[in-house]
Design a protein around this ligand. Structure first.
Ligand SMILES: *Cc1c(COP(=O)(O)O)cnc(C)c1O
Length: 345
């Protein structure tokens, strides 16, 4: 597959913004930087941040066991997803494929970029409908979004289905692995080199506990990384974010401890939810949230709000009629949730 053919013409010929700093930063700190109209007095943040985020990438690459050159970092994975649209989708001409029920941002970004969406429902088991997806695809289908573990259903997609799509879909496949650190399935990261059209996105917003700093990660072939680097705003990841990310990435034991605790709390919450009389089904989860089918989602949602508990009502999503999504919280939060559910029941 020739990725070059998928890139928009205007992007192929784009001359990226270049700063003098890019070229000379490497030559050392003795350089006098009078190139960027910064205030020269040190306060910790008076200089522009590293546009390639070298230190964060090096630290991440060591943990993820990959090449730092195959990464692009963004202001949350939402920014990365938007960059992918802008690199590959010609407005009013191209389309993307999403698999509802899934993460809402793909459709929002398609709307913002004036790109049509083909929706191919997941099966009743919340798996990709591989044949239907391949049938729905046409020569303008530039991106297929696979969210695995999927939000809001919580399951990971079968490896066979994903692999078949990777081999047969003729556009870019984005595997959104926002919840990979909670998953029993391996990340697709170690298969990256086999598929030039594969883009994997991850984030520090969930398992890493850093939703507030906005750091999204994308891994892809060097051709794709090069395109995304050319179109991204040069200083898209700010200095404070890079600093906090580095700190957290270096504290792996704490991160892992929190993940373990969340998994334990998830198992307990699953059991407790199953005992509530108006909960009809608790779906098994490979993420840090649980989808459950209730008798009347709107009613139960409102009742929980009145008790001061905010969850997500997914009842308007296809295949999610009367489904609520519960994020796994702390011991105390989960206790409050279960008490509230018992009182309502
Ligand atoms: C939460 C979430 C993200 C995270 O996006 P950020 O912009 O990195 O915070 C991405 N994809 C899915 C499916 C999510 O649920």
């Amino acid at each position: 597959m020739n990725i070059e053919n998928l890139i928009r013409e205007n992007i192929k010929t784009l001359k990226p913004y270049s700063s003098a700093r890019d070229e000379y930063k490497a030559s050392g700190s003795e350089m006098v930087f009078l190139d960027a109209n910064e205030n020269p007095y040190e306060n910790g943040v008076n200089r522009y941040p590293d546009p390639k985020q070298k230190d964060v990438k090096t630290a991440l690459a060591a943990i993820k066991n990959c090449n730092p050159a195959s990464m692009v970092l963004g202001n949350g994975s939402d920014e990365i997803l938007d960059l992918i649209f802008r690199a590959f989708c010609e407005p009013k001409e191209d389309n993307i494929i999403t698999l509802p029920p899934t993460y809402g941002m793909y459709n929002v970004l398609a709307g913002v970029n004036d790109v049509a969406v083909k929706e191919v429902l997941l099966t009743e088991a919340f798996e990709p409908n591989v044949d239907e997806i391949l049938n729905a695809a046409d020569e303008n289908s530039k991106i297929l979004f696979l969210c695995s573990p999927n939000n809001p259903t919580g399951n990971s997609f079968s490896n066979e289905a994903v692999e078949k799509l990777l081999k047969e879909f003729k556009g870019i496949i984005v595997i959104d692995e926002a919840y990979t650190d909670f998953s029993s399935q391996k990340s697709w990261l170690n298969r990256l080199e086999e598929f030039p059209n594969l883009v994997i996105t991850q984030t520090l917003s969930k398992a890493y506990g850093m939703a507030g700093i906005r750091l999204g990660i994308c891994y892809a072939s060097l051709t794709i990384v090069d395109v995304l680097n050319r179109i991204k705003p040069p200083y898209n990841v700010n200095l404070l974010t890079q600093f906090k990310a580095l700190e957290r990435i270096s504290a792996q034991e704490i991160v892992q401890k929190e993940i373990d605790k969340i998994q334990q709390n998830k198992a307990e919450l699953e059991k407790a939810l199953a005992k509530i009389n108006f909960i009809e089904k608790v779906y098994s989860s490979d993420a840090n949230f649980i989808l459950a089918k209730v008798d009347n989602a709107d009613l139960r949602y409102d009742q929980l709000i009145k008790k001061g508990i905010v969850i997500r009502n997914r009842t308007t999503q296809p295949l999610c009629e009367n489904c609520l999504r519960f994020t796994v919280g702390t011991d105390t939060e989960n206790e409050k949730l279960i008490n509230a559910l018992q009182e309502i029941a």
